[in-house]
Structure formats: C-alpha cells, structure tokens
Design a protein around this ligand. Sequence first.
Ligand code: NYM
Ligand code: MG
Length: 210
Amino acid sequence: MATEQEERGALIVFEGLDRSGKSTQAKRLVEKIINSGRMAVLQAFPDRQSPVGEMIDRYLRGEIDMDEHALHLLFSADRFLKKKMIKQHIAQGVDVVCDRYCYSGVSYSLAKGLPEEWVRVTDQGLPKPDIVLFFQVSPEVAAARGGFGNERLETAELQAKVGKIMPTLRDDAFWKSVNADGTPDAVEKEVFQLYKELDRSQPLEVLEKI
Ligand code: NYM
Ligand code: MG
C-alpha cells in the first residue's frame, strides 16, 4: 500500500540591501515556522563558518585581498557547497530559509563592473527558490537605521548601485516585494502571510537563468 507522501519543504530566499532587515526577519520566520509545527533551518550566505565562507569573511573584513573574479566564484562556490544540504532538507519536508542567495552575488558583482554574461552563469544549477522575498527599504528609513558597517562593499556608492541593479533581476513569477519600511512586527506579518501562500505541489526546480 502506498504511504501518504509528506509535503516537501520550501526554499525561501530573503534579498535586499544592507540594513533592510533581512537577517532579523529571516530569523523570525524560522522561529515562526517552527512554532507553527513545521521544521525549518536558517542558512546565511555567505556562510562565514565554512572554509570557503571564512575566506570571504577575511576579505570582507579587510584581512586579505582578492581578485574580484575569484571572490565572485567563492560566493557561488559557497552556495553550491550547500546544494546537497538544501535538497536533502527539502526532500525531508524541512523549509530552508536563506539570508541572501545568488541575487546578491549577481548584483554586487555587476555593481563592481564584472562582465554581465559571466556573472550571471556561475550560479546556474543551484536549487531555484520557491519565493524571493525582496526587501524594499526607502533610503530615508535605511539611513535612520544607522551608518554603514566597516566591512568592504558597505559603501554608500556601491549600495546605491546594487539598489539599482537588484530590481532588474526580479522575476515576477516567484519574487514578492516586502515593504521593509514597516515596524519589525508588521514586516514579520507580511512575510508570514506570503509564506503561508507558498505552493509546494510541484517539485523543487533547478535555477536555469538569472
Ligand atoms: N555579498 C553577499 C556579495 O557580494 N556576494 C554574494 O554572493 C553574497 C551572498 O557580502 N555586503 C556581499 C553583500 C554584503 C556582504 O553579507 C556580506 P552579509 O549579509 O552582510 O553578511
Ligand atoms: Mg552586512
């Protein structure tokens, strides 16, 4: 007799500029999913604890220098090293919540002037998100949340470029805008509503183009 098929997990990606509240809300979503009786894991990209992520972390903190192409590939490699984990969790019914994904990779590298066609292929083959929660924060609100950090890439100039590029990657089929200007509770509510509307009836897809 066939056993009843468990519902698969979902791949949920948070994207947006620095200080749009992604990390806070990704954490809150995982807690909320778990409290609602499902299983979920949080995965930040870059994963600064992994060997590859550690190199990225050292670059970001200004400890080491690196060729920009090499850095781009490390960010992609960091994600591919999590591909198996993501697929396994999703097959087991566990939701995977990512704080950034390949859209940060493409946006930051394009903002730095790396060649477009090359930048857009290195993440092809990753699991495709079921939803990209695109955090949109107004410059005034972002500014009110405090100054930029001390890491590389956190300059107003680069952020402005990334802010122009990221929306051009939007695919309306699975990207949803989140008004990140709201209070943390209001944003949490908006995110959870979008989460509840996820359709898990089709298998997880592979990312073919970005
Ligand atoms: N970043 C992040 C990239 O340039 N490429 C990528 O693929 C990813 C995932 O790293 N300024 C940049 C964006 C951030 C920095 O991310 C570290 P976070 O979320 O601040 O730890
Ligand atoms: Mg940051």
